[in-house]
Design a protein around this ligand. Sequence first.
Ligand code: PBE
Length: 265
Amino acid sequence: CTSQEAQTADKGKITGIEPGAGIMMMTENAIEDYGLDYDLVSSSSAGMASELTKAIKDEKWIVVTGWTPHWKFARYDLKYLDDPKGVYGGEEYIATLARTGLSEDKPDLYSILERFQWNPEDMGAVMLDAENGMKPEEAAEKWVDNNKETVTEWIGGVSSDGEKVEIGYVLWDSEIASTNVVKLVLEQAGFDVDTSAVDAGPLYQAVADGDVDFTISSWLPATHKSYLDKYEDKIVVVRKNLEGAKVGLVVPTYVTINSIDELNS
Ligand code: PBE
């Protein structure tokens, strides 16, 4: 196989993640809107990352569904493909969503959620430590230990005697990082915290039904718009917890195209 064949071997395929992710729906729209002769192959966040790692090792052509914050940008030379049609929206933020009634039922917890916000560098540091071999809990603990003042501000003097809290999230690397940090913070404040990892659709359903107290895993305004619209009346948007997020199609910089509309060329 010539190196030219190796370069083009995986053309026609976009390596995706979990089927319920917003970025998967957006990518189906991109295939449609740009008339791409491509199949979106679903996988998992971890599966996508390992495909990316393998392709880069051999300098193979690959395009993945990507997002920021994510450790892959620290580890590899990558670029977003331009999206002239704006299928992937613009700047995204991550929001905290609560079940209705949480502010009355658990006001101390709710006050911490009203204060919790951090930035892409913070989240990126936790993600990178986890990717470099630390357990997610250890990576979160390291961040919490290194950011005592911020954590104290978030806690704001709240001290619970073991009130139960249920956090919902999805096993995306970014949300594994954030949820582990917030779990530790709430434990420092004395709460008895359980987390449950589900797919995106069931997560919104769980918040709407009150099966979990809250999630910090909502990507808006574009990525999870359809989920939020569906449950709008049954979910409380607490606040933005991270600004400067992004989603799109990502390639290694050695892939020479720069825009989604060049994918067919
Ligand atoms: N993500 C990471 C998710 C949100 C968090 C971009 C993969 C999604 O596409 O739904």
